[in-house]
Design a protein around this ligand. Structure first.
Ligand SMILES: NC(=O)c1ccc[n+]([C@@H]2O[C@H](COP(=O)([O-])OP(=O)(O)OC[C@H]3O[C@@H](n4cnc5c(N)ncnc54)[C@H](O)[C@@H]3O)[C@@H](O)[C@H]2O)c1
Length: 376
């Protein structure tokens, strides 16, 4: 039940084309394949048919991604006999709100969406979370297929079933768990991703290596960020395997899934203190990982060589080191105490125990955190 297995979506009789190897997610909320491959979108029609998704398809994307990939996907699906309709929302985090969700409900319900239909979410984490939430709630839930086009979405947000929108009082406060029927990540789409967005995605890949896969960490050191083709697809597969592994064990974020928060306790605080939009999420997480590794070092969980090796890797992938100027220690401490992961007044930190291993600690003295922040 709790496992990551590799398996082929096709057996030889069904397709003489490239065999797509998928990772498999198994949770109480649903089981599905995660396929990561160059030009994977070419296989979308046969994959949907293999899942017995035969109703209408509702393609939701944003206005930066759709013009690049939407028409090709629609043409391929139409040629294969699917009824497909597309819609776009403005690119950016501001679209992840209830007003945009309502416009999508209007579009779906006005177009007579049915229970047997499916939503296809084509884009980064914003589209995945928004379209996923709409799929989770319209008609009490219809099928969802995630087609992630950012590195962050491929290794993180498209997998795990968390969907939702922001509320004016905070991010991701309204949402639902809704597992997709398939995650199909076409690594060819990363060629058009703005370089800064790509770098921010690498922060999550490095985080996954740090918490659970020392071999991936070494591979990232060896390849560097200019990696492409099958080697890139393989790194992404390994990074997403970490997320799958954790989600399979802990669908609703109680124990194991907390480890994915490495770098995020201080990362969230820094992102918010800098003002949303100043730092990309992945950039803030990279700074958070550097600081949280120092906390782990002072607790005696890791030695200074681990901190240095992680720092060198983050730097080589173009990720920042400095906390933006003007942010005070008090401000960061205050924001950290307001974090969702605080339980009974104690901050629960996901901290590295080695390269490739992490542990949750709720006994980190505030004075120690202050010392690390003051030194930064
Ligand atoms: N559900 C989860 O478990 C989870 C986990 C982590 C993050 N998230 C959420 O993910 C969101 C961030 O996702 P993101 O970093 O992917 O940002 P995003 O979706 O805003 O995408 C970043 C930018 O890149 C553009 N873009 C995307 N793919 C492109 C491509 N292939 N070519 C050219 N441009 C492209 C988008 O239009 C956008 O402007 C946040 O809202 C965050 O809360 C969710």
């Amino acid at each position: 039940m709790e496992e990551v297995v590799e398996r082929s979506m096709f057996n030889g009789a069904q397709s003489n084309r490239m065999s797509l190897t998928g990772l498999h997610v198994t949770t109480a909320g649903g089981s599905y394949d995660v396929i990561v491959a160059h030009d994977a979108l070419e296989h979308l029609p046969e994959l949907l048919r293999a899942l017995d998704l035969r109703g209408a398809l509702w393609l939701i994307s944003d206005d930066a991604v759709y013009p690049r990939y939407g028409p090709g996907i629609e043409a391929r699906l139409c040629a294969a006999g699917f009824a497909v309709r597309g819609v776009t929302v403005p690119a950016g985090e501001a679209s992840k709100d209830l007003a945009t969700a309502t416009r999508l409900y209007d579009w779906l319900i006005g177009g007579s969406v049915e229970r047997r239909d499916a939503v296809l979410a084509l884009g980064g984490g914003v589209v995945g979370d928004l379209a996923g939430f709409v799929a989770a709630t319209v008609l009490r839930g219809i099928a969802l297929v995630q087609l992630p086009t950012t590195l962050l979405a491929m290794v993180d947000s498209a997998v795990g079933g968390k969907t939702g929108v922001n509320h004016p009082l905070g991010k991701n406060l309204i949402g639902a768990f809704h597992q997709p029927r398939l995650v199909l990540a076409d690594t060819a789409t990363l060629a058009t991703l703005p370089p800064r967005e790509l770098r921010a995605g690498w922060a999550e890949v490095i985080k996954h290596a740090m918490i659970r896969d020392a071999g991936l960490f070494t591979a990232l050191e060896e390849t560097g960020p200019a990696v492409q083709g099958e080697v890139l697809a393989d790194l992404i597969r390994r990074a997403v395997s970490v997320k799958i592994d954790v989600v399979n064990i802990d669908e609703r974020e109680t124990g194991e899934r907390m480890l994915l928060n490495y770098g995020h306790t201080l990362g969230h605080a820094i992102e918010a203190a800098a003002g949303y939009g100043e730092l990309l999420h992945g950039e803030a997480v990279a700074i958070g990982m550097r600081l949280e590794a120092q906390i782990a070092c002072r607790l005696g969980m890791i030695d200074a060589t681990v901190v240095a090796r992680q720092g060198a890797l983050l730097t080589s992938y173009g990720l920042p080191a400095a906390v933006p100027s003007g942010i005070t220690v008090d401000d960061l401490i205050e924001r950290t105490l307001r974090d969702k992961k605080v339980r009974a007044g104690r901050v629960r930190w996901a901290l590295p125990a080695a390269i490739g291993a992490a542990a949750v600690r709720d006994d980190v003295p505030e004075t120690l955190v202050r010392e690390v922040l003051a030194a930064a």
